[in-house]
Design a protein around this ligand. Structure first.
Ligand SMILES: Nc1nc2c(c(=O)[nH]1)N[C@H]1C(S)=C(S)[C@@H](COP(=O)(O)OP(=O)(O)OC[C@H]3O[C@@H](n4cnc5c(=O)[nH]c(N)nc54)[C@H](O)[C@@H]3O)O[C@H]1N2
Ligand SMILES: Nc1nc2c(c(=O)[nH]1)N[C@H]1C(S)=C(S)[C@@H](COP(=O)(O)OP(=O)(O)OC[C@H]3O[C@@H](n4cnc5c(=O)[nH]c(N)nc54)[C@H](O)[C@@H]3O)O[C@H]1N2
Ligand code: SF4
Ligand SMILES: [Mo]
Length: 576
């Protein structure tokens, strides 16, 4: 029996694990370093769906597949939607795209996660090549910019232990409390802070002129743009002091600096510009193409890997999918009724769909309204392989153990392909296809071939190889209402596992511990129990992602660039 595999979850770390005697443990070697987070430590305790159901009645797996095939056959192909989320990050999840593409169904594009930031990175650098963990390890100073590593990327912590740490976050997170400098910025203030940082680097004569002349010759025009920001008024508004900017520049002077960004900073309409402004600061300091320097974000986990599946389909956005335009909606590895923005819109839109099919591991808001429910097999019970968006490993995920329940994505797709006479290779063929993108290192582990350790060593990937600076930006907005922030919870992975139930508020707002309050936005409202927490800014309302009902408050508008959801751009009020 196989003994090692990888955690399948949508997480920066992509941990390698061992599985023996039905016990999951973190692999000692490599970046996992023998420890796992609560999700995997308690993974086998979470109850999965075991029996398929149709219209509330339990049926056999065979009957569920027959029903599935009959539903799809009775629907015109143009009225079938395949909506796939990121509940499992294995590369074989995509095999169902192959089937649905082949029959002419519609798939999705856009992003609930990182799309705006990625667009901004591509606008500036010409590509999104991530700074891997192995390079962050070589830095001297780490700026954690809107990332919460104790919750979302804990394997970063041992790597940055003895470094100078600067945190830019509206929350006093655990890493903020340990940092040499914490700038507790107002949400959505980052673009202005980054621009002002660039301006002061220039004023201090601390720009890397040699680098700029060669790779970003338009830096003087960008400096001029930064001069359009009113310093005092802006800093007062975003809650940052001149002293803090001075300290940040002092701590980073002549040092190897890694800027480690999260996704919270870009879930705004101008999210692309936010990350691009941070990239511009890194460029002014000449942080690209050098060992131990750079900007880490959520990279493209499929960089340098081509898909063996047919995926060229008609697509609709994941952010505001109009489900009601389809007669049959097949939902895989996702919980749109909780995780998409504007829940009441999603609810209404799904209500008029004749056949909602849910293919997943757990019961949730979406399984509760589905007509046909097909349980998936967990990663321990199927063959897969995965890559990561924060490091370059490619990790085999072979079948570990028997399970009497559920079906794998491959087996379900193979059944449908046979029914609809669609060509499909063997499971082994596809796994080997993905494996062929790996190269073995001396320590026996595999990395994706041709991925670089130090991105942009030979210049940027834009047409003229030069960094493309922002030329305009959205003005700073203000409003009397409170900012809603919805970062990740330590006990859940989005809506999987133990979900949060409270709203976290600063004591200054005058509410009592455990009292029930109504939080409302232009979109809707939600009633939650208060937890007083002075780590939250007093102009913010903190509700963790995965909390039931949080997306009643969010709008399904897109970011201006990158087709991303803008969860953070929703002002709210709290009342008794
Ligand atoms: N435990 C756990 N781990 C997870 C997940 C989970 O649900 N739970 N989800 C996974 C997924 S899908 C993703 S995409 C990643 C995301 O992981 P992260 O990138 O860490 O994202 P978030 O937790 O959304 O936000 C990180 C920090 O950004 C701050 N922030 C919010 N708005 C702003 C802002 O405007 N400016 C600044 N400077 N900071 C801001 C928040 O306060 C928070 O501390 O985590 C993955 N890992
Ligand atoms: N308000 C707010 N909303 C957010 C966010 C936010 O920051 N704020 N974050 C957004 C982000 S970053 C993301 S990535 C999305 C995530 O949103 P989703 O992709 O919808 O993720 P989950 O809520 O984790 O739901 C995943 C489902 O996948 C199923 N699943 C797990 N493993 C498997 C498997 O092996 N096979 C199959 N078939 N199914 C499986 C489980 O049943 C689980 O319910 O949420 C977004 N929603
Ligand atoms: S830290 Fe991330 S990759 Fe590692 S076990 Fe937890 S969820 Fe999985
Ligand atoms: Mo995400």
């Amino acid at each position: 029996m196989n003994k090692t595999t990888a955690c399948p979850l949508d997480c920066y770390d992509a941990c390698e694990i061992s599985y023996e005697n039905a016990k999951i443990k973190g692999l000692k070697k490599g970046h996992t370093q023998g420890f796992l987070c609560p999700h995997l430590n308690h993974y086998t305790q979470y109850e999965t769906i075991q029996k398929p159901r149709y219209k509330g009645k339990e049926i056999s797996l065979q009957d569920a597949l027959i029903k599935l095939s009959a539903i799809i056959k009775s629907t015109p192909n143009t009225e079938v939607l395949h909506y796939r989320g990121s509940g499992n990050f294995g590369l074989m999840q995509e095999v169902s795209d192959h089937f649905f593409t082949s029959i002419g169904a519609t798939l999705t594009d856009g992003s609930l996660c990182d799309g705006a930031g990625e667009a901004g990175i591509i606008d500036g650098r010409g590509s999104n090549i991530n700074m891997p963990l192995s390079e962050i390890e070589k830095s001297e100073v780490v700026i954690i910019w809107g990332r919460n590593p104790h919750t979302t990327s804990s394997h970063l912590l041992p790597i940055i232990k003895n470094k100078t740490i600067i945190v830019i976050d509206p929350l006093k997170t655990k890493i903020a409390k340990m940092a040499d400098l914490h700038i507790q910025i107002q949400p959505h203030g980052d673009l202005y802070l980054a621009m002002l940082m660039s301006r002061f680097v220039h004023i201090d004569n601390a720009c890397d002129i040699e680098f700029l002349e060669e790779h970003a010759p338009e830096y003087e025009e960008f400096y001029e743009l930064t001069q359009s920001i009113r310093i005092k008024a802006t800093l007062d508004e975003i809650g940052v002091t001149l002293g803090q900017i001075g300290q940040l520049l002092e701590l980073t002077k002549d040092k190897k600096v890694a800027i480690v960004c999260g996704v919270g900073i870009q879930k705004y309409s101008d999210g692309a510009d936010v990350i691009r402004a941070i990239d511009a600061f890194a460029t002014m300091k000449g942080l690209f193409g050098k060992e131990g320097c750079g900007v880490a974000y959520l990279g493209n986990s499929k960089d340098k890997i081509s898909s063996p599946f047919k995926t060229k389909a008609k697509r609709v956005s994941k952010v505001n999918t109009e489900f009601s335009k389809f007669r049959t909606v097949f939902i895989q590895g996702a919980n749109p009724l909780s995780q998409m923005p504007d829940t009441s819109r999603v609810e209404k839109s799904l209500q008029s769909v004749e056949n909602v099919i849910y293919f997943g591991l757990y019961e949730n808001e979406t399984s509760a309204i589905a007509d046909l429910i097909i349980p998936a097999k967990s990663f321990l019970h199927k063959n897969d392989i995965r890559t990561s968006y924060s490091h370059n490993a490619i990790i085999n995920m072979p079948y570990m153990d028997v399970s009497l329940y559920g079906i794998s994505e491959y087996d379900l797709s193979a059944y449908l392909c046979k029914e609809f006479v669609v060509d499909l290779e063997s499971e082994e063929f596809y796994i080997n296809h993905f494996k062929s993108f790996g190269t073995q290192k001396e320590d026996g582990s595999f990395v994706v071939t041709d991925r670089v350790e130090i991105p942009y060593k030979n210049g940027f990937d834009t047409d003229d190889s030069e960094f493309c600076f922002l030329e305009e930006f959205e003005p700073l907005g203000n409003s009397e209402k409170l900012f809603l922030i919805t970062p990740k919870s330590i006990t859940s992975l989005n809506s999987q596992f133990a979900r949060e139930e409270n709203v976290y508020l600063h004591s200054k707002l005058g509410f009592q511990e455990d009292e029930k309050v109504v939080i409302s936005s232009d979109n809707g409202s939600i009633c939650l129990k208060v937890k007083i927490n002075d780590d939250v800014r007093s102009d913010c309302v903190l509700i963790y992602s995965g909390t039931k009902g949080v997306n009643n408050l969010t709008s399904s508008k897109h970011s201006l660039d990158g087709k991303n959801a803008i969860y953070q751009e929703n002002k709210v009020e709290v009342s008794r």
